[in-house]
Structure formats: C-alpha cells, structure tokens
Design a protein around this ligand. Structure first.
Ligand code: NDP
Length: 282
C-alpha cells in the first residue's frame, strides 16, 4: 500500500489563515506584529528565503522590515543594527539570515539578539529553554515537523524516533521536542555505524542531512512515518529531498514530499513565533 503524502503546504495554509485572523484582531487592539529581517551580502539562496519570509508577512498582515547590508559590512555595524532593533518597539522578531559572510562571527551576532525577539530560537538562552522543555519560541523547522506529525494522529509516547542529522538548527532541537513528547529518541550523524539498521528501528524517521536520496526503502520499517527535511538543489535546478521518495512511498505509512513538505512549515512557524512575540510584548 502506498503511503499517505503529508502536505506541508496544506497544513501551512491552515495555520496561516488562523494567524491572519489573529493579526487582524490584534491590529484592531492597537498591536501590529513586526518582523525585522537582516540580510548581509548577495547570496542568491538567502535572497530567495528572505523574499519568501517577506511574502509570508504580507500574506498574514505582519509588518516586515528588511535590511539588506553589503557583503563587507563589519561585525560591529551589524551588531549595532541588531541592538537598535532590540530597542525598537515596533519590531517583535529579529532574524539574521544565515550564513553570514566569513569575516563575521555568527555566534557573536546571534548572542546580541534579544532573547525576547529571537523568533528563530537560535540564542543560547532559548536553546537552553528548549533543552529544559520550558520554551517560549520553538525552533521553526522542528516545530513545523511536530505540527505535521500531530496531523497524522500518531501518539509519540513510547515510539522509536530516529533523527538523522545533528545540526543545531534541525537535528538536535528536533530530538528534544520528540523527547518532550515521550518518544524514545536516537540521533544519527556521519559517524553512525550501521545507519540502515538504526533507521529501520524507527516508527518515525526524520532525515535532515543534505544528501539527495540518501535514505531509500531499505532504511525504512514497514508502516513508518518518514519526514524529509532535506532541500538539495540538483544540477537540473530541481529540488530533491534526502529521502528517495518513490521507493519509500511504497513502504511508509506517511511521508512528506520535497518540495511542499517541511519547507513551507518552517516559514509559517517563524510567523507564528513573531505573532506570539508581539502578544508577549504587551
Ligand atoms: P548540516 O549540514 O548542518 O547538518 C547535516 C547533518 O547530517 C550533520 O549532523 C552530519 O553529521 C549529518 N550527515 C552528513 N552525512 C551523513 C551521512 N552520510 N549519514 C548520516 N548523517 C550524515 O545541515 P542542516 O541540518 O542545516 O540541514 C540538513 C538539510 O535540511 C539540508 O538539505 C538543508 O537544506 C535542509 N533544511 C531544510 C529546512 C526546511 O525548512 N525544509 C530548514 C533547514 C535545513 P556530522 O554532524 O557528523 O557532520
């Protein structure tokens, strides 16, 4: 039997419609959520991400402030801008688009964003809160994945969940959110031995590696839920996930496509965090 395809686009539209209504009523009460996005340099992929965030703000009614700085901007100038935005009452979320140019220390910059406006949840203070399970802002991609999983109706308690990838923005916080849902969690990475065997244990398999079609049907247990975070641009310019969609489709119970799976959820969760931040600012 073929897996059910989990459309992140549909879930995302549903959440965006709810956010839109919420923002309308907030505006009537004199509170207009605002998101500031800072882009340093001309990286084309970053430019696309920033444009998509701007479009999402427009759609939901969030005020968006865009700062495009030239490639040679100094770390001091960037930090100065962040500090100005920290004080700006019309800004409820601050996002510095990564990666930053090499001469800028990313950790130094992220540390300067006020934890109260850190809608990406990258500040060590918020990372710590995610670890403890007492969070304010949820990290956007893992939060989007949790929304997708909830829609399957699966109760994660006691389930074997395997996360492939241990990055600070996806793999590690993802594992924490699953753990807080009482799943039994395994994190895999490039040094993991017998990856196939470990993945085959998973009731829920989440793949965030950045290698096209790394995971095929042989890595998947019958009836598993498979979430593909990977976004790989192939030579023909097409987007491809880390999961071999066609082969896994026949084995999984649920699967997310690329594009149209996790991707749209990430931006929607960013919008949700911005709206929440505005509410908390009251
Ligand atoms: P990183 O490069 O930061 O991390 C990749 C992880 O994969 C590392 O932990 C690495 O292990 C692990 N890895 C690499 N090769 C293997 C392998 N052969 N077997 C097992 N593990 C391996 O990537 P990100 O987490 O930032 O992103 C991962 C993917 O998700 C990318 O394609 C990215 O574009 C996409 N992405 C998509 C988002 C969305 O919204 N849909 C959001 C963010 C990312 P080690 O630590 O040992 O090096």
């Amino acid at each position: 039997m073929s897996a059910v395809i989990l459309s992140g686009l549909e879930i995302s539209n549903d959440i965006r419609n709810k956010l839109k209504k919420k923002v309308e009523s907030m505006k009537q009460n004199g509170l207009h959520p605002g998101l500031a996005v800072i882009l340093v340099g001309n990286d084309p992929a970053s430019r696309i991400y920033v444009n998509n965030k701007k479009k999402a703000c427009e759609e939901i009614g969030i005020r968006s402030f865009e700062y495009v700085l030239h490639e040679e901007t100094s770390e001091e100038d960037l930090i100065q801008l962040v500090e100005t935005l920290n004080e700006d009452k019309s800004v409820h979320g601050i996002l510095v688009q990564l990666p930053l140019p090499k001469h800028i220390n990313t950790d130094n910059v992220l540390l300067k964003i006020s934890p109260n406006k850190d809608v990406d949840a990258f500040h060590p203070f918020n990372v710590g809160r995610i670890m403890i399970g007492d969070y304010c802002f949820l990290p956007c991609t893992p939060a989007g994945i949790m929304e997708i999983i909830h829609r399957t109706g699966i109760d994660l308690q006691g389930k074997e969940c395997v996360v492939v990838g241990r990055s600070n923005i996806v793999g590690k916080p993802m594992a924490m959110l699953l753990l807080h849902s009482n799943a039994t969690v395994t994190i895999c990475h490039s040094k993991t031995e017998n990856l196939k065997d470990v993945c085959r244990r998973a009731d829920v398999l989440i793949v965030a590696v950045g290698k096209p079609k790394l995971i095929n049907a042989e890595y998947v247990k019958d009836g598993a839920v498979v979430i593909d975070v990977g976004m790989n641009r192939l030579e023909n310019r097409k987007l491809c996930g880390d999961v071999d969609f066609e082969s896994v489709l026949e084995k999984a119970s649920y699967i997310t496509p690329v594009p149209g799976g996790v991707g749209p959820m990430t931006i929607t969760m960013l919008m949700k965090n911005t709206v929440m931040s505005a509410e908390l600012s009251k």
